[in-house]
Design a protein around this ligand. Structure first.
Ligand code: NOJ
Length: 548
């Protein structure tokens, strides 16, 4: 029963957006020494791996996802010595460090691009995707940028267009040129040699584009809102050849002990699963599974998504779950504060590796920002849909205490994004002192997950017809059987659970209630917005309820 599980299967990944976690030097931007000063907080969350969004030198048009040097630290974040120290401190506490790898594009200030754009005849002239104007002049084809407008920008000097699916300051590398891929592997070796435990790989499915540069077809289901969605992106992402590149990245990781990569892939199950690769040719250890972020927050819908994902996993593939990141509206804003605990219980009790976004553990919500505070190019380029897609609201400073800048930066410093107005009550200090807070609940849940192999690595099975608005599932490992029951509604729900489960004990509730007495599960009642984890005693039949 107890096969060995790798750290990236057992542990919770916690994402830090470095600009927003902790400022140590008074410039209003978070930094590595700030994170260092909070390492004990990370330990207190019982998370096992820290993922840092990019910390490399960057002109910050896309806040670090426009990298000007893959092998250095931006002075705003600190120095390589600070990085080394952080890595040592994280490792000393038994945690792992995952860094962000952004292979699809660089900054237009990266020396590779500076050289490439010099003329059409230099050593790096085809390291990026350059195209002549269309025969009659104008754009080479109809490809679009995620950030609004065309995916092409004209360069006067070369008299050509270069391609970018994000900001125009993010030219895309040409992985049809083998030298470019070799350079990427060198970057990976650089960080592996420094001791990082893994990579989160930005837009890994986009690395190759159609070599014929064909127009993309219109999207018949377009709702007319976001220009990027007006086309079906069949030539700019998810090309079959990309898997060959990913396999070689994986081979490099496999040549080093216990390193991993988690790929950013927004695709439906059938496509997503291909990013695991096969037993003979493995690819990502984990391709991010983002589907719960867009699933309507209803018990039946969520259960259907989880069961379909579980069923679609190829043999040996390890599941993973994500409910928030720096590109998505905050969890507590999407599902509401009351349901945020239920969602957190779901994330941390499903089978597979969970990724938590900083601040969700204290219930941070999107912060509505006046236009003069917008920093995100997605919002600035498309003001008419900024309220839908702008990403500043979910990137505001971490709230540590009730002081003027919430402890994120010294008083009097102007943070790069405003601190939320609710920071006087929603903060780590206040919530740590309150045993009923979402933070206390989060810590209790992560501790339970650590101590219960059934939650960490056990089998999963959902249970039918429990009650309207309730989703229930079993997690089991050997003799240990846990039942998770989640009430997605704001009213009380009485459950009809399969008979034969016997007496059980509540291990944890989202309300933090912990009755001493045993409960009879087939007479169980859940309060509004309540989720519970129960330990099932051996039933009279000695068995689990019949499968759904
Ligand atoms: C995905 C990242 O998560 C996002 O923040 C970024 O803007 C794009 N990739 C481009 O790197």
């Amino acid at each position: 029963m107890s096969r060995a599980y790798a750290w990236w299967q057992r542990e919770i990944i916690y994402q830090i957006y470095p600009r927003s976690f902790q400022d140590s030097n008074g410039d209003g931007v978070g930094d590595l020494r700030g994170i260092l000063s909070r390492v004990d907080y990370l330990t207190s969350l019982n998370v096992g791996a820290i993922w840092l969004s990019p910390i490399y030198p960057s002109p910050m048009h896309d806040f670090g996802y426009d990298v000007a040097d893959y092998c250095a630290i931006d002075p705003r974040f600190g120095t390589m010595a600070d990085f080394n120290e952080l890595l040592v401190e994280i490792h000393r506490r038994g945690m792992r460090l995952i860094v962000d790898l952004v292979p699809n594009h660089t900054s237009d200030e990266h020396p590779w691009f500076v050289e490439s754009r010099r003329d059409g005849d230099n050593a790096k002239s085809d390291w990026y995707i350059w195209r002549d104007p269309a025969p009659g002049g104008g754009l080479p084809n109809n490809w679009l940028s995620h950030f609004g407008g065309p995916a092409w920008t004209f360069d006067e000097r070369r008299g050509q267009y270069y391609m970018h699916q994000f900001a125009r300051q993010q030219p895309e590398l040409n992985y049809r040129n083998p030298e470019v891929f070799e350079a990427l592997l060198e970057v990976m070796r650089f960080w592996l040699d420094r001791g990082v435990d893994g990579f989160r790989v930005d837009v890994i499915s986009l690395l190759l584009k159609d070599p014929l540069f064909r127009d993309e077809p219109p999207n018949p289901a377009w709702d007319g809102v976001r220009q990027y969605a007006s086309l079906r992106h069949i030539h700019t992402g998810n090309l079959p050849e990309v898997h060959g590149l990913i396999r070689r990245m994986r081979a490099l990781l496999d040549s080093r002990d216990a390193r991993m990569m988690v790929g950013e892939v927004y695709l439906p199950n059938a496509e997503l699963m291909r990013f695991y690769g096969g037993p003979e040719a493995p690819e990502c250890h984990l391709p991010f599974n983002f589907q719960l972020i867009s699933t309507p927050w209803q018990a039946g819908e969520v259960r259907a998504k989880v069961d379909a994902y579980e069923a679609a996993l190829p043999p040996g593939a390890w599941p993973n779950w994500v409910l928030g990141n720096h590109d998505q509206h905050r969890l507590a804003t999407r599902v509401g504060l009351a349901q945020a605990r239920v969602a957190t219980m779901l994330l941390l009790t499903l089978r597979g590796t969970p990724t938590c976004y900083y601040g969700d553990e204290i219930g941070l919500r999107d912060v509505a920002l006046p236009r003069e505070c917008w920093r995100d190019p997605v919002a600035i380029n498309q003001p008419q849909i900024a309220h839908l897609l702008g990403r500043d609201p979910e990137r505001t400073p971490m709230q540590w205490d009730s002081s003027a800048n919430a402890g994120f930066a010294a008083a009097g410093v102007l943070p790069w994004l405003p601190v939320a107005g609710d920071h006087r009550t929603v903060n780590v200090a206040a919530e740590s002192a309150d045993p009923q807070s979402i933070l206390s609940f989060f810590r209790a849940l992560t501790a339970l997950r650590r101590s219960e192999p059934a939650l960490g690595v056990g089998a999963y099975r959902s249970i039918d017809a429990v009650a309207d608005d309730v989703y229930a599932y079993l997690r089991s490992d050997g003799e240990s059987r846990l039942l998770v029951v989640l009430n997605f509604a704001g009213g009380t729900r009485r459950l009809t659970l399969p008979r034969g489960l016997g007496d059980s004990r509540i291990l944890l509730s989202t309300t933090c209630r912990l009755p001493e007495e045993a409960v009879v599960v087939d007479r169980l009642q859940l309060g509004p917005d309540e989720g519970i984890v129960l330990r099932l005693a051996e039933g009279p039949s000695g068995g689990a309820p019949s499968p759904a």
